[in-house]
Design a protein around this ligand. Sequence first.
Ligand code: NIG
Ligand code: FE
Length: 417
Amino acid sequence: MSTGTVSFTGAAQILRPPRDGLDQLRGADLAGQTLAPGGLTAVGGVIAALEPDPRAGLAVDAHGCAILPGFIDCHTHLPFAGWRAGEYEQKVGGVRYEEIARTGGGIASSARALRESSDEQVLVQSRGLAAEMLAAGTTTFECKSGYGLSREQELRSLRLAQALAAEVAQTTTSTALLAHSVPSGYTADTWMDEVERMLPEVLAPGGVSALDIFVESVAFSNAHLERMGALAAGAGLALRCHVEQFGGYRSVPVALAAGARSVDHLATLHPDDVEPLAQADCAAVLLPAAEFLGAEHRAPGRELLDAGAIVVLGTDANPGTAPVVSMPLVIGLAVRLYGMTTREALAAATLNAAWTLGMARTLGSIEVGKRADLVLLDAPAEHVAYRLGHNPVELAFIAGEPVYVRDERAAARIGLR
Ligand code: NIG
Ligand code: FE
């Protein structure tokens, strides 16, 4: 058979949605996912059959493995420059995020680091992180700007995201987080005027698929969220937003009225906003690494699931609140912190994350016709959460090509030694 055919045999588990053609999983469909033994075949990078093909050019021995769709990390702040380990020590000592931000730390400090780094320095760090992500099974991830805090540096940040996209194995998307922190010399209002003026230039090169904003006492308000929503709608882009992370501002009704694709964080979500969010076609993106490391508040993950929301998980990879890039770790934290089942957490890290990025038609689940972005785990899927801190990924495939091979055992599975 042609070398473009790859066949997986003997898997102990293959994660499948309850039915084909679902763009996201919520409510009863989450428990309807199956983890049955079997095999599958990909031709030309696309899943062609849910059974092995003995004539395939590449035969993958998946005995003992779980096969999952590649993880989709729909909320990261790559590319960024440097780290902020000192802030973590402050946090552990009891200093709150808001105080750190007000005293020159936080986003402003990463903006300084970005300004002072060369393009190559930013790309070296970001490439390294993308490689770590791949080794932990992330086959698609979102990039955000947001550490620019000036027109010039925001444009640069989006250019760096495009440069990164060209260099890494993964598929990436770019979100313009144009309202992250109020740059010095501006008020929140005058910066939003600047955002509106710079938008044509931001969008001109193409590649940006969403706008984002941080609503917080140290950042922007619900009125600015409404304004960003109008800009996104006018530009035909998705609206994403960092809301209810520290203070509770009742931003979710505002985001829903603005037609947001996702509301991210939700650690201080008002109980009355759970139901409207659950009824909406808007993703509830939970970021348990940021909550665990910040130790200030916890999103009502179980309540959102029980109410039928589109629940999604992401790393929030950034130098401040979540210096974490591993989706298996995020899944493990989410299962424990929110009381999620393995199936709920896996859907949140794959198909629902694909939906958040507008990619659910081609990515995020194991279905005939979808791209063969797959991970093979060294254990049953339940071990992803259970063996917290262990990376279970032996092999990762993007469009049917092996892009990550962990060790000799993994190499032997694809016939390499
Ligand atoms: O998602 N909340 C806003 N943005 C980031 C943190 C930014 C930072 O502190 O660098 C987040 O947690
Ligand atoms: Fe974030």
